[in-house]
Design a binder for this molecule. Structure first.
Ligand SMILES: *[C@@H]1O[C@H](CO)[C@@H](O)[C@H](O)[C@H]1NC(C)=O
Ligand SMILES: *[C@@H]1O[C@H](CO)[C@@H](O)[C@H](O)[C@H]1NC(C)=O
Length: 137
């Protein structure tokens, strides 16, 4: 039982260090050549997190759902990530990035955020990629 309690708390800790794309939302239509604000949130955590940074990318998909082939597509942003507490995003710290949607082709697309950080006093290296499916007009 103790093992499972430890495992559960480790899983909870890892979940708390993950970022989410708060907006745009799944299925939202984005227009090529127009700018959109990507709000990246990181739920509050008890653990110390030293952010390395994030990358935001978008790519066209030939199928819906998109097939994971490891490719993230056109890079729209790469650099520092420094989320600030904000009540507008359900009290989760967020940072807004204004990016321009390139000519990726209309239809289904995958918007991804790649994220890297150091976690806790031991500085455990953490990386993840999160995504949402959007529609490109
Ligand atoms: C989207 O993210 C999920 C969760 O990380 C992952 O399992 C899935 O493979 C990703 N989808 C694509 C098309 O990359
Ligand atoms: C991000 O943008 C939203 C919508 O405009 C705004 O409510 C929020 O305050 C912004 N977040 C920060 C940290 O400025």
């Amino acid at each position: 039982m103790k093992f499972f309690a430890v495992l559960a708390s480790l899983v909870a800790a890892a979940a708390a260090q993950r970022v989410e794309i708060f907006s745009p939302t799944t299925g939202q239509t984005l227009t090529q050549g127009q700018s959109v604000t990507v709000s990246v949130v990181e739920p509050n955590s008890q653990t110390t997190i030293e952010e390395i940074g994030i990358g935001i990318a978008i790519r066209h998909c030939d199928s819906d759902p998109c097939v994971d082939n490891g490719a993230l597509g056109s890079v729209l942003y790469h650099g520092p990530y420094s989320p600030q507490f904000d009540s507008s995003t359900e009290n989760m710290p967020n940072q807004n990035f204004t990016v321009t949607i390139p000519n990726v082709g209309s239809g289904t697309a995958l918007l991804s955020v790649a994220h890297a950080s150091f976690i806790g006093a031991s500085g455990t290296f953490f990386t993840e990629v999160t995504n949402i499916t959007v529609n490109i007009a």
